[in-house]
Design a protein around this ligand. Sequence first.
Ligand code: HEC
Ligand code: HEC
Ligand code: HEC
Ligand code: HEC
Ligand code: HEC
Length: 165
Amino acid sequence: MRKAMVIGVLLVAAVLVGILITAFGRERAPEQPIAFSHKIHAGEYQIACLYCHTNARRSPVAGVPSLQLCMGCHKITAADKPDVQKLKAAWEQQRPIAWVKVFDQPDFVYFSHQRHVTKGITCQTCHGPIETMDRVRKAVSLGMKECINCHLAKQVSIDCWVCHK
Ligand code: HEC
Ligand code: HEC
Ligand code: HEC
Ligand code: HEC
Ligand code: HEC
């Protein structure tokens, strides 16, 4: 009798947690206008992060690759897939894709990819295991606390004006 009750309570708890995770997960992994998968490109086919996010090593902004770069492969590769056809249509009409941002800092924060990437800090340190994701989500938190903790560990300045200009 008591055992059945415990199991019942656990089941209800499991369902609630499931609902919470789904709601939370969906919020943090926005649907994109084209179903681009890092799991396929960076995981299975091991295309380097910097091949597509070239600016990460030479400018503050990592940026998202141009349609030109996608079409370099997709004029031929998987040309029959619906989302590749969407890609092709956008490219032919010179229409940029409105990718939804996942990692976004408030405007009063100064951050530069170049400074970090050229010091050998991996993308995954700040962004989590992107190469395992079909849809990018924020698997690690990246607020002031995380910035300061690493700066302290690496003996980088933590004066307020370094990050707030
Ligand atoms: C270096 C080559 C290469 C580049 C560059 C590339 N892709 Fe792909 N893409 C692939 C390969 C390989 C597949 C997997 C094809 C398959 O499994 O049939 C793929 C699959 C896809 C799919 C289909 C997924 C599916 O199964 O429905 C989409 C959509 C896609 N890519 C979008 C993009 C976008 C957007 C870009 C540019 C940001 C891009 N790709 C850049 C090689 C590339
Ligand atoms: C074939 C090109 C391609 C490769 C390779 C690639 N990316 Fe991306 N990445 C994109 C595109 C396109 C987007 C925008 C759509 C999206 O968010 O899925 C993006 C988005 C992102 C974002 C989210 C940006 C935001 O909106 O906040 C991060 C973080 C990211 N990539 C990191 C990586 C890392 C780390 C790797 C290597 C493990 C990698 N990418 C490899 C094309 C690529
Ligand atoms: C030290 C932490 C850190 C590292 C390392 C890092 N990023 Fe970022 N990344 C961020 C932050 C913070 C943002 C949000 C910036 C903003 O909103 O101004 C971001 C944003 C992005 C974006 C969205 C577009 C943009 O530039 O704002 C992409 C794409 C991205 N990162 C890819 C990468 C890739 C690829 C690597 C590795 C080559 C990488 N990042 C390494 C912290 C990092
Ligand atoms: C994993 C470690 C790590 C994380 C996380 C990290 N940083 Fe850094 N940061 C560094 C290192 C190392 C340097 C020094 C680079 C150099 O010497 O050029 C640096 C340098 C900087 C600089 C330039 C400092 C100067 O003196 O000009 C700024 C600005 C900065 N980081 C902002 C941020 C922000 C904002 C975040 C959080 C979103 C962040 N960092 C997260 C390691 C980190
Ligand atoms: C290494 C980078 C870094 C340094 C140094 C830093 N901050 Fe921040 N700060 C951030 C980031 C990143 C955010 C945005 C956090 C978020 O959006 O979650 C932030 C947010 C804030 C906010 C907005 C409230 C909040 O917590 O989101 C205030 C206020 C603030 N910082 C004050 C300071 C003061 C005062 C100092 C000096 C004692 C300082 N910061 C040093 C990176 C830094």
